[in-house]
Design a protein around this ligand. Structure first.
Ligand code: OSB
Ligand code: MG
Length: 388
């Protein structure tokens, strides 16, 4: 089902001028975080993630990231499942026959039930490769128009309110346009009240519960209404559209969905049910870039606040996110903390940073937009499989 026609196949059978892919590999890489990230679903100290790497007969390269987490406490997929689904099913499907347009890859991968991160990683590598083949920036291939993306910071649960204050102050000084606080029962209304008092009425503030509450907590969640939050992200169960619709009827703050939106249809259903009034679009979580383009068009047509979320991707995943966030329809600051905030080092070099005005420039160079540091990727690789 296509809601909005955003296809642009270059020939009916999709074969056209694309050189064949001569190498396809999947890599499980490990990126040490500068500081553990604490959320309602647990603590992440090392960001293990999955990469897809394509090389065609002309030497063009494609890179994609399948940024599942290494546990099933956020969504069912893990780095292990993403690695094996990509190796055993997604890459073999995508590579079968003539070299495909990325939208045809996405369509073909829909045969795989669920597993959006795995499908997205493969599709992203084909988009990146297509941009390289056509000699254009990924943003331009997708139809993105923005040159810079306003960004916010997602702040994990800290040991003390003072640590939260320090980080909020630091990020606002650096120019970040919005603060998102992770919350969970026992770390919510008091923290939000204190931070709102610290930053004053004009700073854009929102919270993310990572599914840590249930409908019986409605009273507590309604207690957040007085702090003028841009939204409350995924307060209830990861797969609970109906409960979110009920909650949205009972609180004033806009519900934003993250975990619950894993396809174009999920977003359509959520909006039809009024289960959210704000959408966190993580390109990989919704199954890839083609789905993201449809969701951006849908939110735009319905006047829904839309922003690009993040999975603490490496610069490879972030590059695709930046290109997607440049599409018309994105209205609010993205979760796009730079590698300097998250990692000892990135997998792209140079990577991006946040400008003093709180934006990240969308790269305009051909393909992914950032040079991948292949040596660093190899050094960080825990496991690799070549698919033929
Ligand atoms: O819930 O938005 C989330 C990171 C990993 C897993 C889930 C989430 C997050 C973030 C985004 O909060 C942080 C980032 O990518 O900068
Ligand atoms: Mg979230």
């Amino acid at each position: 089902m296509t809601l909005v026609d955003v296809t642009q196949p270059d020939s009916p059978d999709g074969s056209s001028e694309r050189p064949p892919v001569v190498k396809a590999e999947v890599l499980l890489v490990s990126l040490p975080l500068l500081e553990p990230f604490v959320t309602g679903f647990g603590v992440t100290a090392t960001r293990n993630t999955v990469l897809v790497h394509l090389v065609d007969a002309a030497g063009n390269e494609g890179w994609g990231e399948a940024p599942a987490l290494d546990h099933p406490f956020y969504l069912p997929e893990t780095t292990e499942t993403a690695f094996s689904i990509i190796r055993d099913f997604a890459l073999p499907l995508a590579l079968d026959g003539a070299s495909l347009h990325p939208e045809q890859v996405a369509e073909r991968l829909l045969r795989i039930r669920g597993n959006p991160f795995a499908r997205a990683g493969v599709e992203a590598a084909f988009w990146c490769l297509a941009a390289a083949v056509e000699g254009v920036a990924l943003r331009d291939l997708l139809g993105g128009t923005a040159t810079a993306i306003p960004v916010g910071e997602s702040i994990g649960i800290k040991a003390s309110i003072d640590e939260t204050f320090d980080e909020v102050t630091c990020r606002l000084e650096q120019g970040f346009r919005r603060i998102k606080l992770k919350i969970r029962p026992g770390w919510d209304v008091d923290v939000v009240a204190a931070v709102r008092q610290l930053v004053g009425p004009d700073v854009m503030l929102q919270v993310d519960a990572n599914a840590a509450y249930s409908l019986s907590d409605t009273g507590q969640l309604a207690g957040l209404d007085e702090f003028d939050l841009a939204c409350i992200e995924q307060p209830l169960g990861w797969d609970e559209l109906l409960d979110h619709a009920e909650l949205q009827r009972l609180i004033a703050t806009s519900v934003c969905l993250d975990e619950s939106l894993r396809s174009v249809d999920d977003v359509r259903h959520a909006l039809d049910l009024d289960a959210c009034r704000n959408v966190n679009l993580k390109p990989a979580r919704v199954g890839g870039i083609s789905a993201s383009r449809q969701i951006a068009a849908l939110c735009r047509s319905r006047g829904i606040s839309l922003w690009c979320g993040g999975m603490m991707e490496s610069g490879i995943g972030r590059a695709a996110n930046l290109a997607v966030a440049a599409l018309p329809g994105f209205t609010d600051p993205a979760d796009m903390s730079p590698a300097a905030v998250l990692f000892e080092s990135d997998l792209v070099d140079p990577t991006y940073d946040v400008a003093p005005d709180g934006t990240v420039a969308v790269p305009t160079s051909v393909g992914l937009g950032f040079p991948v540091d292949l040596d660093r990727v190899r050094r960080r690789t825990l496991r690799q499989a070549t698919v033929t």
